[in-house]
Structures are given as structure tokens and as C-alpha cells.
Design a binder for this molecule. Structure first.
Ligand SMILES: Nc1nc2c(ncn2[C@@H]2O[C@H](COP(=O)(O)OP(=O)(O)O)[C@@H](O)[C@H]2O)c(=O)[nH]1
Ligand SMILES: [Mg+2]
Length: 281
């Protein structure tokens, strides 16, 4: 659409780019700084009607601004690793854990999933269904038990059974947000009693359809928890998820995974080039 429209002047071109970037949820600030880069360019040096060429330039600009980043988490070492998954309700945490467990099981890892969202019985059984589907073991827990105690049991069990990866599902909402953060901090303390902090990765799940609110969520969780990386979910819809690039850049939290459906294999590792190409599609 955008790049097939005839654009006769530079301002018209800049307006179109602005529209595209705003629609991608990149946010106002980033959009402005991309526009600045284009304003500095002499657009006449390019064949002005060759829109695909402009698209390539825009891709290059974005890739330069948002190169892929990686966490330093070394999942391949043989020590027990823990991934604690956090995020607001409905972003896709539990679904993501099912997919992630399946991915690592496929890589030959011994995985244990821990249902620490004990506030709703439904959350435990949801993870249980995913465990059955993927052949990944889940710790048994009952509704209303203390989440940190469940995590402690999970850690003990993982150590006893020589598991290599423990993935913790958490709640996204409590009576107050303050309680939620206290709970998550407590879970983290329990984990860090038994392993070093290099062994723990805290993954924030961001729903691509949330738009600009994602940045507030990231700020909020980052305040209490040391976030290691992001999983961006629901990229199979119309949302482009540009907000994740803003979070990566401003808060220095690398995007590591994306999910694009409800199937157990609808997960892949983040690839900056592919993501930016899709962003402009
Ligand atoms: N289309 C789509 N739906 C998803 C994706 N990930 C999760 N969902 C759906 O989003 C809803 C909330 O997911 P859930 O994992 O329960 O979120 P949680 O509350 O954060 O644990 C469920 O209906 C999921 O099936 C995704 O990548 N694509
Ligand atoms: Mg859940």
C-alpha cells in the first residue's frame, strides 16, 4: 500500500513514512528520530519512484537503530537454569511456557514446568494440559497454595531429578499490583537461595496487540525485577509489535522470542531482520 502509492514530493514521502511507523506501534519518539534521518538525506539521490528501494532504505535505517541483541544466558551449560515468566494477565505467559518447554524438550533438555499462578485453579490446569500435550513434566500444585512455596518445591524436585531447565509460570494480577510485585520478588528470592543469579532469567511477556501500553508494563516490571529479556506474543494478528523495539532500545531488554499463534510450535527466536521486514509489510 504505502510504497506502491505514487509520492511526488519529499514531504509527501515523509508523511507516508510517519504514518507507517506510527501504525507499527513504534511510538512517537522513535518515529520522530527515524524521520530525522530521512530529513537529512537528499532523497533526489535515489530514484524517487522506486518505492521498494525506499523501503529497503527504511529497513536499513531501522536495523541500524535496532540491531538484534542477545542475552548472556547460557542455557547449554549443564547446570540447572531457571526461566521465570512474568507479565500482565492475558499477555500469553502460560501459552508461551508450553511452547518454550516444548522447544527445549526438542533440544534434548530435561525440563520441569512450575505452575506458580496458584490464584486460579484454571491456570494450573491450563499448564497441565500443555504439559500433557508437549510431554514436558509439570510439578503438581494445588490452587491457593503459596506461589513461592510451590517454586521452592519445584526447585527441590528439579535438583533431585537432575533437571536442566525449570520454567516458572506466574500470576499477572493480584488484589493490588503492589502485592503482585512482592509475590514475584519473593519467588525470585526463593530461586536465588538455591542457584546463582546467572542461572536465573526473568522473561517479560508483552502482547503485541497491547500497543503503546507495553512500555508502561515493561517499566513497571523492571522497577521490581531485573528483567533479562522479552517474549513478544500474538504476532499472528494485525498488530506489528513495534513497541517491543522501543522497549528493547529504551530499557535495554532484548527481544528473545516471538509467538505467532496458539499452536505449540508457534514460537521462534527473535530475528531483527525478519521482524523489521514484517513490521513494514
Ligand atoms: N493468536 C494468538 N493467541 C495467543 C498467543 N499466545 C497466547 N494466545 C492466547 O491468548 C490468551 C491468553 O493466553 P495465556 O497464556 O492464558 O495468558 P496469561 O494470562 O499471560 O497466562 C489465550 O487465549 C491464548 O490462547 C499467540 O501467539 N497468538
Ligand atoms: Mg497464565
Amino acid at each position: 500500500m504505502l510504497f506502491t502509492d505514487a509520492i511526488k514530493d519529499k514531504q509527501g514521502f515523509l508523511d507516508k513514512i510517519e504514518e507507517l511507523l506510527i501504525l507499527s506501534d513504534l511510538g512517537y519518539q522513535i518515529t520522530e528520530s527515524v524521520l530525522e534521518r530521512f530529513k537529512e538525506m537528499d532523497l533526489h539521490q535515489f530514484k524517487i519512484h522506486d518505492f521498494n528501494y525506499f523501503k529497503n532504505i527504511l529497513e536499513e535505517v531501522l536495523l541500524d537503530m535496532f540491531p538484534g541483541q542477545k542475552t548472556t544466558f547460557d542455557i547449554d551449560s549443564d547446570k540447572l537454569k531457571i526461566i521465570m515468566v512474568v507479565g500482565v494477565n492475558g499477555t500469553g505467559k502460560t501459552s508461551f511456557i508450553g511452547k518454550l518447554g516444548y522447544l527445549f524438550r526438542g533440544k534434548g533438555k530435561k525440563v520441569l514446568m512450575v505452575p506458580a499462578d496458584t490464584y486460579r485453579a484454571g491456570a494450573i490446569s491450563q499448564l497441565g494440559i500443555l504439559a500433557n500435550k508437549t510431554g514436558v513434566e509439570m510439578l503438581k500444585a494445588s490452587a491457593n497454595s503459596d506461589p513461592a512455596a510451590v517454586v521452592f518445591d519445584g526447585m527441590q524436585s528439579a535438583i533431585a531429578k537432575k533437571k536442566e531447565l525449570l520454567i516458572i509460570d506466574t500470576a499477572g494480577r493480584l488484589h493490588t499490583n503492589h502485592n503482585l510485585m512482592k509475590e514475584l520478588e519473593k519467588i525470585k528470592r526463593v530461586v536465588l537461595k538455591l542457584v546463582t543469579k546467572e542461572s536465573l532469567m526473568t522473561t517479560l511477556v508483552i502482547d503485541a496487540t497491547t500497543g503503546q501500553n507495553g512500555i508502561n508494563q515493561a517499566l513497571y516490571f523492571k522497577e521490581s525485577l531485573d528483567l533479562s529479556n522479552l517474549a513478544l506474543t500474538k504476532l499472528d494478528g494485525t498488530a506489528k509489535g513495534g513497541i517491543a523495539l522501543a522497549i528493547q532500545k529504551d530499557l535495554h531488554i532484548p527481544i528473545e522470542y516471538i509467538t505467532f499463534g496458539e499452536g505449540i510450535t508457534d514460537l521462534c527466536e527473535y530475528n531483527a531482520e525478519a521482524f523489521i521486514t514484517a513490521l513494514l509489510d
